[in-house]
Design a protein around this ligand. Structure first.
Ligand code: NZQ
Ligand code: ZN
Length: 395
């Protein structure tokens, strides 16, 4: 194990912390670009409370509203233009992962006159990796992506239906204000998708990381067990603030880098899912629910011991021997049953996706990430045909 770790985001966590937004923002200047989604925060009063806090601290606001789920490149361009025109000093992202991702790229695009798509990770020729961004403050209203405390963002080019990502040190938010009260209005389905997303963030590194990371294994198992304990409570009763808080803390930890540190893990399930949500505009967590279990069944063939460990430690199954393939398979069945029990889908047909574009999804996933043999990085690395096989298994 050998690594460098740095996460520069200050985290302010707990019910009621939204009221601190103004005092946090005013350290960065007098004018904020307030980036918001499709309207949920106006309906539940969060928007007015955020504005009141900002104004009380002497921060005025230029708004970029209407960031869509699976945020579009044109929205990023629009937001960066508003920020430049209005002379904004700081970007405040108030919404789900889509809003936070769009806001981060707007903050970087503020300093880049070209097409923000040039910054995306998959761009091989003349990529313009961002090295400067306006300060960003994230205020998540949905527990899922962990975007509030990491340097990543996922954006869709609606013209080409490619959903790609950018990760940069300069896009780490300065501060994340994580107030679980803001999540009580998230509908059951979306709450469940968020739980699936956060769990998938740690299963990716658990199953695809390098060997010899026992502490990270325990971190990942802790996140999964916590999400499985508290997630169903948040789904059953959205007003259960304790459950909302535990789920949201798990979602922060799942992708702020700490669980993955030193694992060098690629994220193959995410690469495949991003291709699906690019083409069909499905919720990211719903797509993951289908792809992750299908991928697990595929990967367990080559690494039964790893999946047997998951079955033993997460589901309490007893192993006949360390490579017990039956126990490994049962662990995956139990995982799928858990996801089903909270309302996540298991088949592409449940999201209205047929077999027409299977090869296209595989090619798009490979566009996002590939090794020198043209395979999707992961354990095992996957050929185009294998990605198609995995997706076909869950039609
Ligand atoms: O837009 P509004 O009206 O706010 O409604 C949203 C949206 O319809 C709604 N919502 C959010 N907060 C709410 C609420 N509804 C009621 N009450 C609230 N408090 O939820 C819907 C989904 O919102 P979205 O932001 O799209 O969800 P999520 O947080 O799951 O973000 C998904 C996006 O993040 C990317 C995904 O690919 C996807 O584009 N990801 C970003 C990552 C990162 N930056 O680290 C990592 C993830 O793996 C993921 O890929
Ligand atoms: Zn995710």
């Amino acid at each position: 194990m050998k690594f460098t770790f740095q996460n520069t985001t200050q985290l302010i966590f707990g019910a009621g912390t939204l009221s601190q937004l103004g005092e946090v923002a005013c350290k960065h200047g007098k004018k904020a670009l307030l980036v918001t989604g499709g309207g949920s925060i106006r309906r539940n009063g969060t928007f007015d409370r955020a504005i009141a806090s900002l104004n009380a601290a002497g921060v005025s606001v230029a708004e970029c509203s209407g960031v869509e789920p699976n945020p579009r490149l044109s929205t990023v361009v629009r937001g960066a233009e508003i920020a430049r025109r209005e002379g904004c000093d700081v970007v405040v992202a108030l919404g789900g992962g889509s809003t936070m991702d769009a806001a981060k790229v707007m903050a970087a695009a503020f300093y880049y006159e070209g097409d923000p798509w040039d910054m995306m990770f998959h761009v091989e020729e003349n990529r313009k990796a961002p090295d400067r961004a306006l300060p960003v403050i994230t205020v998540p209203t949905l527990a899922a992506t962990g975007s509030e405390m990491n340097g990543g963002a996922v954006i869709t080019d609606e013209k080409t239906t490619v959903k790609s990502f950018v990760i940069s040190r300069c896009m780490y938010p300065q501060t994340a204000i994580v107030d679980p009260e803001l999540t009580v209005s998230v509908p059951k389905e979306q709450t469940a998708f968020g739980i699936c997303d956060l769990i998938t963030h740690v299963t990716e590194s658990y199953f695809n990381g390098v060997d010899g990371t026992p502490l990270q294994d325990r971190f990942a198992e802790g996140v999964i067990l916590t999400a499985m304990d508290w997630g169903p409570k948040a789904v059953v009763d959205g007003n259960d603030l304790e459950a909302r808080a535990q789920v949201q803390w798990a979602s922060v930890v799942a992708l702020n880098g700490w669980v993955q540190v030193g694992t060098n893990s690629p994220f193959p399930v995410h690469m495949i899912e991003h291709s699906l949500s690019a083409h069909h505009d499905i919720p990211h967590g719903a797509g993951l629910s289908i792809v992750n279990t299908a991928w697990m069944r595929f990967a367990a063939r080559t690494r039964p011991a790893r999946f047997a460990q998951f079955a033993e430690r997460v589901f309490g199954l007893s192993l006949k021997h360390p490579e017990d393939a039956d126990a490994a398979a049962e662990g995956i069945d139990r995982f799928e049953a858990f996801l089903r029990s909270i309302g996540c889908p298991a088949r592409l047909s449940e999201l209205g996706i047929g077999d027409g574009l299977l090869q296209q999804y595989a090619q798009d996933a490979l566009l996002l990430a590939h090794d020198d043999k043209g395979r999707l990085p992961g354990r095992p690395a996957m050929s185009e045909a294998e990605i198609v096989e995995v997706l076909r298994s869950v039609l």
